[in-house]
Design a protein around this ligand. Structure first.
Ligand code: FES
Ligand code: FES
Length: 210
């Protein structure tokens, strides 16, 4: 991640701006509506999917999303991002590039950050998925959501859900010990509004408060 306000070369293009206020936006992304910071480590894929009875192009997959169990028949090519947005109506995870280059779709799978646009849904049998909608505890925002507000760490907000999920993963991995480290380990999360300095501050604030 850059330490200045230079606009990165790739980013989201199609989503409309978020709600009426920053607090409302953060809260909304936590209740109603994800960058390509693929975490270092093992793949997150689960057990092989069970083929749907109807034919070879669809499979049945059961996964836990934000604590709620979902059992769905999906086209084998369906990405986790499309499953979340189109089947479960969890639109907090954003589709920026749909190619693993921007990080707007970052979610946690079994606690590890992944780019949902590059993750096949049918490989997630039994997995636990956390999206921005599942971070808050009722009306109480996740500390990193609050830190984004405190640090004024977003403008249009399109990249924000992915930044926050990636930040949560970055902190959990123990990669938030310094601004330099945060920039390094969140380097896959682009923000075309150039909020990098404040995003790093928000992650650092949260890491310090743990
Ligand atoms: Fe850009 Fe997934 S949408 S990395
Ligand atoms: Fe607008 Fe990051 S892309 S706040």
């Amino acid at each position: 991640m850059s330490d200045n306000h230079a606009v990165p070369t790739a980013g989201p293009t199609t989503e409309p701006p978020p709600g009426p206020s920053r607090r409302t936006f953060i809260a909304a992304t936590g209740t109603a509506t994800g960058v390509a910071a693929l975490a270092a480590g093992k793949p997150v894929f689960g057990a092989p999917p069970e083929k749907a009875a109807a034919g070879g192009h669809e499979s049945r997959v059961t996964l836990l999303v934000n604590g709620k169990r979902h059992s769905l028949t999906v086209d084998n090519r369906t990405s986790l991002l499309d499953l979340l947005r189109e089947r479960l109506e969890l639109t907090g995870s954003k589709k920026g590039c749909d190619a693993g280059a921007c990080g707007a779709c970052t979610v946690l799978v079994d606690g590890r950050r992944v780019t949902a646009c590059l993750t096949l849904a049918i490989r997630l049998e039994g997995a636990e998925v956390t999206t921005i909608e599942g971070l808050a505890d009722g009306d109480r925002l996740h500390p990193l959501q609050q830190a984004f507000i405190d640090q004024d760490a977003f403008q249009c907000g399109f990249c924000t859900p992915g930044q926050i999920l990636s930040g949560v993963g970055c902190i959990r991995e123990g990669h938030a010990g310094s601004p330099e480290e945060i920039r390094e380990w969140m380097g896959g999360n682009l923000c075309r509004c150039g909020c990098y300095v404040k995003i790093v501050r928000a992650v650092a604030q949260t890491a310090k408060g743990r």
